[in-house]
Design a binder for this molecule. Structure first.
Ligand code: AMP
Length: 278
């Protein structure tokens, strides 16, 4: 497995690389969710293709009061996870490699980014789009894999690829969960044991709410039940159309039920599908 720290090292490798390249962008602190994405890329790319994983804690997607400085960066462990899951190349740029000090160009999606997490994390998706566009240009993959755990991010990046004509196929990977249903996240490490024991309630509530027949009924039930989790502070819970993220009007169209909940120091997000009811 090759480790590339610079874009120029990546470009040198890229010149002789195979034609099928799957990119798995991550911020490191790899867990079973990331490993599943890498393994799935390995399987899908075929024996002669290449899997590239990027490990980069992207400063521009963190707000001023968020956890950029304290975000875990266990590089040696991450490289071991990449190797075991089947990566060929790991791209580990420093901040200075990715961003010029006087940078003045960004990529902004101006519709889907306004919904859900975009309301409480202004600038977050601009940071995500900008860094993913830069990773796409640095690696030049044919495919890129993203987790459904970050549904809004997935929808926005699909839009970016469509609107900017990136010649890249986006692949969605289902959310990997702990046995008790909690979506696996690097931020779960911030939970105290008691908060950890309460966190699976988020997924349980979403699943119960999804049984209701109307989007209003779903949201009403979920809002009440999520707010009732001891120590939790609800950021949002919304039933939205799966691709446009606009409010879901009825269950005649595919939707997504998405929530963000603060539990102690952690802000946990999760989402599930709302299948069409006949
Ligand atoms: P992150 O390191 O949090 O930026 O995540 C990198 C990629 O892994 C993103 O595409 C995430 O959606 C995906 N991911 C993170 N957690 C999970 C999970 N539990 N299941 C599936 N994909 C995940």
């Amino acid at each position: 497995m090759k480790v590339a720290k610079t874009i120029s090292a990546l470009r040198t490798w890229r010149k002789n690389a195979s034609t099928r390249i799957f990119l798995v962008p991550t911020m490191g602190a790899l867990h079973a969710g990331h490993a599943a994405l890498i393994r799935s890329a390995r399987k899908a790319v075929g024996p002669r293709g290449c899997v590239v994983v990027s490990l980069f804690v992207n400063p521009t997607q963190f707000g001023p009061k968020e956890d950029f400085a304290s975000y875990p960066r266990p590089l040696r462990r991450d490289l071991a996870v990449c190797r075991k899951a089947g990566a060929d190349v790991v791209f580990t740029p420093g901040v200075g490699e990715m961003y010029a000090q006087d940078r003045s160009i960004t990529v902004e999606e101006s519709s889907l980014s306004r919904a859900l997490c975009g309301r409480s994390r202004p600038g977050h998706f601009q940071g995500v789009c900008t860094v993913v566009a830069k990773l796409f240009l640095a690696v030049q993959p044919t495919h890129a894999i993203f987790g459904e755990k970050d549904w809004q991010q997935l929808a926005i990046l699909r839009r970016m690829v469509r609107d900017l004509n990136f010649p890249i196929t986006i692949i969605a990977h289902p959310t990997i969960r702990e046995p008790d249903g909690l979506a696996i996240s690097s931020r779960n490490a911030y939970l105290t044991p008691i908060e950890r024991s309460r966190a699976p309630r988020i997924h349980e509530v979403l699943q119960c709410a999804a049984q209701k027949r109307t989007p209003t009924g779903i949201e009403r039930f979920a809002r009440k039940a999520l707010s009732a989790i001891p120590g939790a502070r609800l950021d949002y819970v919304e039933a939205v159309e799966a691709d446009t993220l606009t409010p879901l009007k009825s269950r005649k169209r595919p939707g997504r039920l998405a929530a963000a909940v603060f539990l102690g120091k952690a802000r946990l997000i999760d989402n599930i599908p709302l299948l069409v009811l006949t």
